[in-house]
Design a protein around this ligand. Structure first.
Ligand code: PAF
Length: 281
């Protein structure tokens, strides 16, 4: 496995790969890798000849400076995990390498990016599209892998690929959870032991709402989740939206769509955690 820090070196390496007729898989990450990322890499290794993993904390997608400063950075451990899982290249550029000048491109995929995360983190998805589009242009992968935990991000990236247009396949991969249900996230590393226990109520609530939903209306189920989180110690609900899985627009009734997903964002102390659950698919 090779650690690469410049775009030109990565391009040279990949040119040689392409000349040999080999396929390229890309796993974009911000580092602080965990088993959720490992599952993306494992799938990419299975489906491509060569896998590139980007490890870059992208400043343009952070609308909160503190969140950017506190974002965990663990390149050495990341490389060990990636080597173990068979990645060929780790691309860990500097901010100056990726943004030698400010990126003024504007990506707008309303109404996908105006709801939920788009509403609470203005500019976030514009930053995600800036970095992901740059990575697609640099790596020119055949396939790129993203986790379904960032459900809205995945929908927006699919839309960007369709509209841009990029010639690659986007592969969405299922959420990976701890044995007790907590969705894996790089941000979990910032939870204290006590907060780790408190955060568990997020996935517990989502799972119990699946049963609740069988006997109740969508409005009642939404209220159930909101009440559970409001009553849980140490948690502060930012939003819980029940949406159509394709349009990401809120649905009012279980019969309104055959693909219905509940998306939640909760603060545990100052750690912002997201999760989601599929009610219908
Ligand atoms: O999901 C993430 O970790 C990031 O948003 C991504 C896709 C790597 C872009 O920085």
């Amino acid at each position: 496995m090779k650690l690469i820090q410049t775009t030109s070196e990565l391009r040279n390496e990949l040119q040689a790969v392409r000349k040999q007729g080999k396929s390229i898989g890309l796993v974009p990450t911000m580092g602080a890798l965990h088993d959720g990322h490992a599952s993306l890499v494992k799938r990419a290794v299975k489906e491509n000849d060569v896998v590139v993993v980007s490890d870059f904390v992208n400043p343009t997608q952070f609308n909160d400076k503190n969140d950017l400063l506190k974002y965990p950075r663990t390149l050495e451990a990341d490389c060990a995990l990636l080597e173990k899982h068979g990645a060929a290249f780790v691309f860990a550029p500097s901010v100056e390498e990726i943004y030698p000048e400010p990126d003024t491109r504007q990506f707008s995929y309303a109404p996908l990016d105006t709801v939920m995360e788009g509403k609470y983190r203005p500019g976030h998805f514009n930053g995600v599209c800036q970095i992901v589009s740059k990575l697609f242009l640099i790596v020119e992968p055949d396939r790129a892998y993203f986790g379904e935990k960032d459900f809205q991000q995945l929908a927006i990236i699919r839309e960007m690929v369709r509209k841009y247009p990029f010639n690659l396949q986007i592969i969405g991969c299922p959420i990976v959870r701890e044995a007790d249900g907590l969705a894996l996230s790089s941000r979990n590393a910032r939870l204290s032991e006590e907060q780790r226990v408190q955060a568990l109520q997020i996935s517990k609530t989502l799972f119990s709402s699946l049963d609740f939903a069988k006997e109740h209306t969508l409005t009642e189920t939404k209220q159930y989740v909101e009440n559970c989180i409001a009553g849980a110690e140490g948690l502060q609900l930012e939003y819980f939206e029940v949406v159509d899985g394709n349009s990401l627009q809120p649905v009012a009734d279980w019969d309104d769509s055959n693909y219905i997903v509940g998306c939640i964002t909760v603060f545990c102390g100052d750690v912002r955690l997201i999760d989601n659950i599929k009610y219908k698919e």
